[in-house]
Write a protein that binds this ligand. Sequence first.
Ligand SMILES: [Zn+2]
Ligand SMILES: [Zn+2]
Length: 537
Amino acid sequence: MRVEFLGGVRTVTGSATLLEKGSLKWLVDCGMFQGGKELEEKNWHLQPYQAKHLSFILLTHAHIDHSGLIPKLVQEGFRGKVICTKATRDLCEVMLEDSGHIQEMEAEWQNRKGKRAGKREAIPLYTMNDAEKSLRCFQTVNYGERFQLADGIKVRFQDAGHILGSAIIEIWIEEGGEKKKLIFSGDLGNSDQPIIRDPAWVEEGDVLWLESTYGNRFHKSREETVQELLKIVQEAIAHEAKVVIPAFAVERTQDIIYTLGQFIRQGSIPSIPIYIDSPLAISATEIFKRNPDCFDQETQDLLSGGENPLEIPGILYTRTIEESKAINGDSRPGVIVSASGMCDSGRIKHHLKHHLWRKESHIVIIGYQAEGTIGRRIVDGAKTVRLFGEEIAVNAHIHTLGGFSAHADQKGLLDWLSHFSSPQLEVFVNHGEEQVSTELSQLIRERFHFKSTVPQWREKKVLFGEGEMEVAEEGVGEELISEESFSTLFNHLDRTYKRLRRKLKREKKRGDDLYDPRWLKQLEEINKKLEELEEEL
Ligand SMILES: [Zn+2]
Ligand SMILES: [Zn+2]
């Protein structure tokens, strides 16, 4: 059983892990790299993903940093199945097409610029059409059902409490007489967020991939955060100003709708215009309404009491560009929720251009802002930001509300981990910035005494059973030698040695004293190398 870390290691985006059992290869997640040119360049070089030879992609959830390269892989010859929950499939339908659309727009924009500079024609990473085609590979499974993926491989999806349809993936593998369980946490949510169910606990396992987005931070409680938002909205109403909220189209937007609805239901604010200015968020909200089986008890109760928490008075869904532009002409106090959540693309950029320089406006950051994004610069206190080729002053009130995060904080992650009762558990900390993952990994070693490491990009490991270690490819070799790769190699050597001894014993039993002379040569070679190593150490 072998593994290669293809993305989401020492960074939050591009989640992808290649697993190999014998000749069977599959991925867990296939996310797009986002945040800066250097990182995004990786989206174009997907040879290590071995698209044509993959049988499956197990998909934890619909976010683009987990699903965004699926259409690209289909374009490169992937003909296997993408396995996920039904809500994830529904969300991917709109999100991947939207992503294809963004890629097409991006290439078009570059071509307009490039033509004037005499540059070669830019092609999109993939198109809306590629995205649509990739949906045919999707196959859905129910939460909590253990199914056979292939010979010796069983899989179960459990609630991850992160976004609608999100899952923790458990994989049971039998190989060479060994039985092991792998767990992918996916992105883990908080246990007090509205609408969807809390993350499920996992108690047993051998190898865990654990996300660490907020592995070194602590969110304020949800209640505190909700009160903060209420204060901001009340202040904006008093000063006839607007509150602009950059929000991921899925989950954060619905969470904000739910919370604003609560304010109105409680009578804490009057009914004001609440613009949901993102076609993707509007489609996502419809998908939420179509998947009530993913809702938690509280939301189910509201629904059965005849109240839909996603339908509130004053809400205005703006799909067309004209409707979106008209928002700027509305001088009433109100709230604008728009995407993208990291302020890098989409309509939010127009709203920021319109409001960042106004002293009375409020910008409320509720989601994770990756390094290199406009959102991150705003959070980090930039005096100006560049939008549509113009420097815009940051004069508005900037608020960061961590409690709306779709990700568990350090305490949440450790609490979740504390339910494991398997002392042999080996943890790979991923989906976090390098420093953050490293800190969390150390904490895990200290607190739980689990073996915990932060893998390198393109690092390969033999987890157990069969699997020859491949020689690292040129250019990536040097950074791969860590203490862990060393001990993996050592264990592998130990197993190979035992296997050879068994083979020799069998041969001897057959009464055949004549061994292949090549064996002897190989053994001599190995002995020599071991002696050299011993000397060196
Ligand atoms: Zn996510
Ligand atoms: Zn993610």
